[in-house]
Structure formats: structure tokens, C-alpha cells
Write a protein that binds this ligand. Structure first.
Ligand code: UD1
Ligand code: CA
Length: 452
């Protein structure tokens, strides 16, 4: 039997933030989401999150996770006090308790699985994860013999000068035999620099206590301040870029690009410098993205080019070309081979295959048939100040430069709209529509005389 408890009640004072620390985002997911995800594969019988500081906010952010129990720690009197809150909800539980710090987000599932396997095979009362760091500042120091038996953990602030030279640190990840931990939890004292109950003090009370050293010290990075947040972000970004380079994506300047866990690429994608991928974006094969583009929650087909543009919550079919300087907003849905050029914004609109919107346009709440050619500066006037209305343009139609289509309006197929027209009424298929003042020319016109 396995129970997992994640400690997430602390305020995170050193972050200097309105946001509880465990809700800080890292490559698009919060710290606590990452920690919870790292033990998904272990399929624990119980999964408990200890919340306290801004508990409701933390709880609300995870409300969608089935099977997650929340336990309130009020006030927050240290990590030992946090785990004491489990005495009641886990009163009848018998098995191993895996305790994870909510601010250690880079841990890999395999590492946790190894810790658990080692713990179970050795029969230790507690097994904890350690690392050797060149700069152990801030971490609890682990005192162990050559056989991996741990005698004590001393927090950085409670260490003597001599103890601080020990660079074996506590990662904040532990496997406990719950029955044995349960017996010693009530004995914790606040006899330390912070006057808190430390979970780490249970280690000296439990025998045998063992440790397992991680191979990759990056995994156990704890986040206490924004510097460490940025360091962890860099580690995740590097992991993601390496992964996708191995999968056949070319990054021209990898360090200048950022990815999210949810981003997927096909083969032979070239990512030019300064591109950012967020949310669950899918990029097809043979695409060329960038330079300078933001792709957020977008589905992009094969052989698409995106240059200096923003594509957000939008769908782009194969063989489209976007930009430079285009914005595809939520609900933009482009068929194959469309072309969207400079200073064009498209929102909540469907463009069938082969449409061209090349220059200076706003297309919102519209439906365009195949091969519509939207002239430079064409605007769908979709908003009457109160409600939004739809514009429909039939296949093969062309709008002249600087046309305004005042919605609701429907243009049939193969309509031609004269340049500078403001159209307020539907136009039948095959028609030419002009909606502008007739040109007035006064021949040999004399300007007025200058006033004296
Ligand atoms: C803790 C460990 C330290 C270890 C380090 C690894 C203790 C006493 N020290 O120190 O040995 O090297 O993690 O990163 O455990 N929390 C609660 N309730 C509380 C206090 C904290 O739930 O009352 C949660 C926090 O939200 C956080 C985690 O416990 O997710 C760790 O707390 P933090 O204050 O960051 O501990 P560290 O000083 O980093
Ligand atoms: Ca910490």
C-alpha cells in the first residue's frame, strides 16, 4: 500500500509574491501540478495534499484532479507539523508514505520509483533522497555513514560551521514506513532556529534510516526564491529542447526559444530564433516557425510557415503561410493553403482552403468560402457596440482595398466588392457591389483667394 503526501501549506515568504509558492508557474504548469504529476505512475492508494497558506486558492487550482484529498494545516508550524496533520486521515492506513516537498518540481518519476523500490527491499523505517551539491547553501545537511545509514539531518541555519562543510543535502523527498513514523511524529519539538516542528528530525528517531543519492542533482532543485525558479525553468526548457532535437526538430538558436510540456512537433520542423510555444500546441512536419513567434495552444498542419506572428487557440491547416506580423486569435480556423499577411488579425473565423488575407485586415466572426481574396485593409465591422454579428463571404469572392463589411452581412459566391466600399446589405452571387460616394471632379477648379 502506498500513500503520497505533498507538502504545500507554506507561504513561500522568500518568493515575495501574492501567489502561494506552489502555484508559481514553471513552463506552463504550477509547481504543485508538476510534483503531483511526478508520482502519477506509482498509482498510490491515497494521495493527499497538505494545504494551509491560501488553502482555498491552492485547492481550487487542483479541483479537477480526481482522488486528490486535501488536508488543512493551520497554522503552518513546519514540515513536521504538516505531516502530523496526517495522523487522523491516515489513522487506518498501513503501508508506505511517500512525502514530497511541493517546491521540488523537477523530480523524475523513475527517481521516485527507485527510491520506493530501494526502501521496500531494504526494509528501512525511512529512506530519503539526497544529493551532493557544490553549493549546498540553504539545504538541510544529511549525516550518513558509508553504508548509506543516516544518523541525522541538520537544517542549514542550525548547522555549526563544521557541519556546513558537509555537502550531502536532503532533497525533501522521503519514503516512510507509516506505522513507525506515526509513533514518533508526536515526539517532535520546536527546539531549532525557526521554532518549528521539522519533519527532518524524525529521521534520527527512526531506525534504520537510509538515503539514496540522485545521479542528476538538477532533479532535486528546491524553489524558495525567484532565482531558483528561473534556474528550474532553465533546466526544464533545456530538457524539452533536447527531447525535441532528438525527435528531429531543428532549433537555430535553442537557448532563445521556450517550450511547454504540451507542445508536440512533427519531423523536420525548423524553429528559428526567439520562438515560444505554450499550452498544448501541435506543430506538423516540415513547418518553419519564426523567427519571433508565439504559438499558444494552436494546431498547425504540415509545411506551414509562421514569421513574426502570434497564433493563439487557433487551427492552421497544412501549407499555410502566416505573417510577418499577423495575429491569429482564439477561434481562427484556416483551411489548407491560406495566406495571412502583415498586420492582419483574425478572430473566431473560418477560412476555407486557399483564402488570402494579405494586408492590413481585421476578420472577426466571419466565415469565408474557398479561395476568397480579401483586399488590403478590408474590415469586418462585427460589433455594433452591443452585440457581435457574423459576416459570410462565398467562395471565390474578392473584396477591394479598404472595404468595410458591416455585419450581419452575407456575400454570395464570386462577388466582387469595389475598393473603398462600405457594405451594409447582402450581395447576391456573381454581383459587383459598390458602396461609396460617386467621384466628383470639378475641372479647372480655382482655390479660394488668401484672406488678407
Ligand atoms: C526543507 C527541508 C530541508 C531540505 C529542503 C529541500 C525541513 C525542516 N527542511 O527545507 O532539509 O533540504 O526542504 O528542498 O523539512 N510546508 C508546509 N507546512 C509548513 C512548512 C512548509 O506544508 O508548515 C511545505 C512548503 O509549502 C514546501 C515544503 O513544505 O512545499 C518545504 O518547506 P520549506 O519551508 O521550503 O522548507 P526548506 O526550508 O526548503
Ligand atoms: Ca524549500
Amino acid at each position: 500500500m502506498l500513500a503520497v503526501a505533498v507538502l504545500a501549506a507554506g507561504k513561500g515568504t522568500r518568493m515575495k509574491s501574492e501567489l502561494p509558492k506552489v502555484l508559481q508557474p514553471l513552463a506552463g504548469a504550477t509547481l504543485v501540478e508538476r510534483v503531483l504529476a511526478s508520482c502519477n505512475g506509482l498509482e498510490p492508494e491515497r494521495q493527499v495534499l497538505i494545504v494551509g497558506h491560501q488553502a482555498e486558492r491552492v485547492q481550487h487550482s487542483l479541483a479537477h484532479r480526481p482522488g486528490l484529498e486535501f488536508v488543512l494545516q493551520q497554522p503552518q508550524n513546519g514540515t513536521g507539523h504538516a505531516v502530523q496533520q496526517l495522523l487522523e486521515p491516515l489513522a487506518d492506513f498501513d503501508g508506505d508514505l511517500l512525502v514530497l516537498n511541493g517546491d521540488v518540481p523537477l523530480l523524475r518519476e523513475e527517481t521516485i520509483a527507485q527510491l520506493l523500490a530501494q526502501h521496500r527491499s531494504s526494509g528501512a523505517a525511512v529512506t530519503l533522497l539526497t544529493a551532493r551539491l557544490s553549493d549546498p547553501t540553504g539545504y538541510g545537511r544529511v549525516f550518513a555513514n558509508g553504508d548509506g545509514a543516516v544518523s541525522a539531518i541538520v537544517e542549514h541555519r542550525d548547522c555549526s560551521e563544521a557541519q556546513r562543510t558537509n555537502n550531502l543535502i536532503n532533497a525533501g523527498i522521503y519514503c516512510f514506513n507509516w506505522r513507525q513514523l506515526k509513533a514518533v511524529l508526536p515526539q517532535l519539538s520546536t527546539d531549532n532556529d525557526q521554532g518549528e516542528l521539522y519533519l527532518t528530525d524524525t529521521v534520527a528517531m527512526l531506525q534504520p534510516a537510509m538515503h539514496v543519492e540522485v545521479a542528476d542533482a538538477d532533479e532535486i532543485n528546491g524553489i524558495n526564491d525567484r532565482l531558483q525558479l528561473a534556474q528550474c525553468e532553465a533546466v526544464i526548457q533545456e530538457r524539452l529542447r533536447r527531447h525535441w532535437m532528438r525527435e528531429g526538430v531543428t532549433f537555430v538558436d535553442p537557448a532563445s526559444c521556450t517550450l511547454s510540456d504540451g507542445t508536440r512537433f512533427g519531423r523536420d520542423v525548423v524553429v528559428e530564433p526567439q520562438c515560444h510555444f505554450r499550452g498544448s500546441s501541435v506543430i506538423g512536419s516540415g513547418c518553419r516557425i519564426g523567427p519571433g513567434s508565439l504559438i499558444d495552444n494552436a494546431r498547425i498542419g504540415d509545411r506551414v510557415e509562421v514569421v513574426y506572428s502570434v497564433v493563439r487557440d487557433a487551427v492552421v491547416a497544412s501549407d499555410c503561410a502566416i505573417g510577418p506580423f499577423a495575429q491569429l486569435r482564439p477561434g481562427a480556423d484556416l483551411g489548407e493553403g491560406c495566406r495571412v499577411g502583415n498586420f492582419v488579425e483574425i478572430k473566431k473565423s473560418t477560412l476555407a482552403a486557399g483564402c488570402k488575407v494579405n494586408h492590413l485586415s481585421y476578420i472577426g466572426d466571419a466565415e469565408l468560402g474557398e479561395n476568397v481574396n480579401v483586399g488590403a485593409g478590408t474590415i469586418t465591422a462585427n460589433y455594433d457596440g452591443v452585440n457581435k454579428h457574423r459576416t459570410v463571404i462565398g467562395a471565390g469572392s474578392k473584396t477591394g482595398a479598404n472595404s468595410v463589411l458591416v455585419a450581419p452581412i452575407t456575400l454570395g459566391a464570386n462577388v466582387t466588392v469595389g475598393a473603398g466600399s462600405t457594405l451594409t446589405k447582402d450581395v447576391a452571387s456573381g454581383a459587383l457591389a459598390l458602396g461609396r460616394a460617386k467621384q466628383l471632379v470639378k475641372e479647372n477648379w480655382q482655390p479660394p483667394a488668401q484672406a488678407s
